[in-house]
Design a protein around this ligand. Structure first.
Ligand code: IPE
Ligand code: IPE
Ligand code: MG
Length: 247
C-alpha cells in the first residue's frame, strides 16, 4: 500500500471534469472572530491543494467557482478585497502553474473587472496557454444563466439557422467548451445547492456536498470526493442492468 496521501489506492476511475463551489470562507473567518476576507485569503491555500491534487491524480479538467454573478451584491469592501486577492493570487501563482503544466482560463463575464485585473488575467492565460497537464478554469463573475444567455446571443449574432441548433452546437458556445460536461460537482460549506454554477454542464453531474468549510478543504477531502465518485453508478437514463457496475 502506498503511504502517499495524494495517491488513490486502489486506482479508481477518475472524473474527467471536476467543478467545485468553494463555499464557507466567511463562516470559517466568523468562527475565529476574523474578518471575512481572512477566510477568503485562507481559501487560496485550499485552491493550491486541490490544483496540485488534480494534477497528481490525473484529472484533466478542474473548474473553480471563485465569484458568482450574484456576489456583486456583497458589501463593497468584501468585493474590493476579493478583487485584490484575485489580482495577487494570479500574479503570484502564474509561474508555478506554468511550470507544472496547467492551462489557466477564465470563465465568466470578465468585462466588468478593472483594466488591471483584466490585463493580469490575459497575461496568465497567455503564459499558461501551452499547458497540457490540467485545464484549470477559474469561474469569475460567472453565472450558469449568464452562460446560457451569452451562448444564445452569440448564436443569434452569427445568424445560425434554427434547424442547425442542437445540443452539441449549443454547448460549443458555452464557456470553456473543451472541458466538457461536469462529471463531479463538489460543494464545500454544507449547503446543498448549485447557486447558479454550471447549469447546462451539470445536467448529469454527480453532486457531492460536504460540510467542510472551504479554507479547511484539503487533499484528503478531495480524494474522499473522488473515492465517493468512483462508487456512483452513472446510468444516463438507462437501467442499472444496462450499465456496467462501478469498481
Ligand atoms: C465562498 O465563501 C467564497 C465566495 C463566494 C467568494 P463565502 O464567502 O460565501 O462563505 P460563507 O458562505 O459566507 O461562509
Ligand atoms: C456560491 O457561493 C458562489 C461561489 C462559491 C463563488 P455563495 O455563498 O455566493 O452562494 P449562496 O448565496 O449561499 O447560494
Ligand atoms: Mg457562501
Amino acid at each position: 500500500m502506498s503511504e502517499d496521501p495524494t495517491q488513490l489506492n486502489p486506482p479508481i476511475n477518475l472524473p474527467r471534469h471536476v467543478a467545485i463551489v468553494m463555499d464557507g470562507n466567511g463562516r470559517w473567518a466568523k468562527a475565529r472572530n476574523m474578518p471575512r476576507l481572512a477566510g477568503h485569503r485562507k481559501g487560496v491555500n485550499a485552491v493550491r491543494a486541490v490544483v496540485e491534487c488534480a494534477g497528481e491524480t490525473g484529472i484533466p479538467n478542474l473548474s473553480l467557482f471563485a465569484f458568482s454573478s450574484e456576489n456583486w451584491n456583497r458589501p463593497e469592501a468584501e468585493v474590493g478585497g476579493l478583487m485584490s486577492l484575485f489580482m495577487t493570487a494570479l500574479t503570484k501563482e502564474v509561474d508555478e502553474l506554468q511550470k507544472v503544466g496547467v492551462r489557466l482560463r477564465m470563465a465568466g463575464e470578465t468585462s466588468r473587472f478593472s483594466p488591471d485585473l483584466r490585463r493580469q488575467m490575459e497575461i496568465a492565460e497567455k503564459q499558461t496557454a501551452e499547458g497540457t497537464r490540467l485545464n484549470l478554469n477559474i469561474c469569475i463573475n460567472y453565472g450558469g444563466r449568464w452562460d446560457i444567455v451569452n451562448a444564445c446571443r452569440q448564436i443569434v449574432s452569427q445568424g445560425i439557422a434554427p434547424d442547425k441548433i442542437d445540443e452539441k452546437l449549443f454547448s460549443q458556445y458555452l464557456q470553456v467548451p473543451d472541458s466538457g460536461d461536469v462529471d463531479l460537482m463538489i460543494r464545500s460549506g454544507g449547503e446543498s445547492r448549485i447557486s447558479n454554477f454550471f447549469l447546462w454542464q451539470d445536467a448529469y453531474a454527480e453532486l457531492y456536498f460536504t460540510p467542510v468549510l472551504w479554507p479547511d478543504f484539503g487533499k484528503k477531502d478531495f480524494l474522499e470526493a473522488l473515492q465517493w465518485y468512483a462508487h456512483r453508478q452513472r446510468r444516463f437514463g438507462k437501467t442499472g442492468d444496462q450499465v456496467q457496475q462501478p469498481n
